[in-house]
Design a protein around this ligand. Sequence first.
Ligand code: ADP
Ligand code: 5GP
Length: 186
Amino acid sequence: MVLTGPSGVGKDTILREVRKRRPGLYVSVSATTRAPRPGEVDGKDYRFLSIAEFEEWIATDNLLEWACYVGNYYGTPKTPVLERLAVGEPVVLEIEVQGALQVKNNFPAAMLVFIRPPSLAVLAERLRSRGTEAPEAIERRLARACEELALADRFDYQVVNDKLAAAVEAVERLLFEEIPDEPAGG
Ligand code: ADP
Ligand code: 5GP
């Protein structure tokens, strides 16, 4: 499963809740060239790489997908994902929209879920209240969000993250195969 959607929409928060309920669930640890936020741990939150290291990973085909997102590289290390898929274990990627579309092309069996904010105003407020980016970086992420929202229809399901508990339940239901007839959450 690929969970995608704009920065600040609540992808991390939803997955954290799903993992509390399904402790064994494997969520891929991405590589990035962005600087660690306070409290982020290398190897747990991300593999924090230099630009040269990341470009080496691209050149040696170490990444399942990758993208440039507001000035940094982000990508999914290939081997851990393929090893788990080979033994039939579910794998979750939490990635931005360009990378998610690469997965859709390369892994047609993947289920792609786009998380939507109730509104752009709510998204902006969530990004600001998270407090992890400077105002200018927040503006860049919001501008990107408008482009990303325009691509939402390309995904298999859309879940609105309004009330967190409902969004967590919708994602958990999709992951564990009670796939509804109607797109979850609207
Ligand atoms: P993402 O991983 O998509 O960038 P986060 O999970 O970091 O987003 O969430 C961004 C901010 O919004 C966080 O401060 C989080 O606590 C808050 N948040 C997430 N989901 C909700 C929700 N349903 N209602 C209110 N706040 C939320
Ligand atoms: P952040 O800097 O907030 O941690 O992440 C910025 C964006 O990059 C988020 O939308 C996040 O989902 C996305 N992202 C994280 N890891 C990856 C990855 O491996 N590949 C891609 N394409 N996007 C990622």
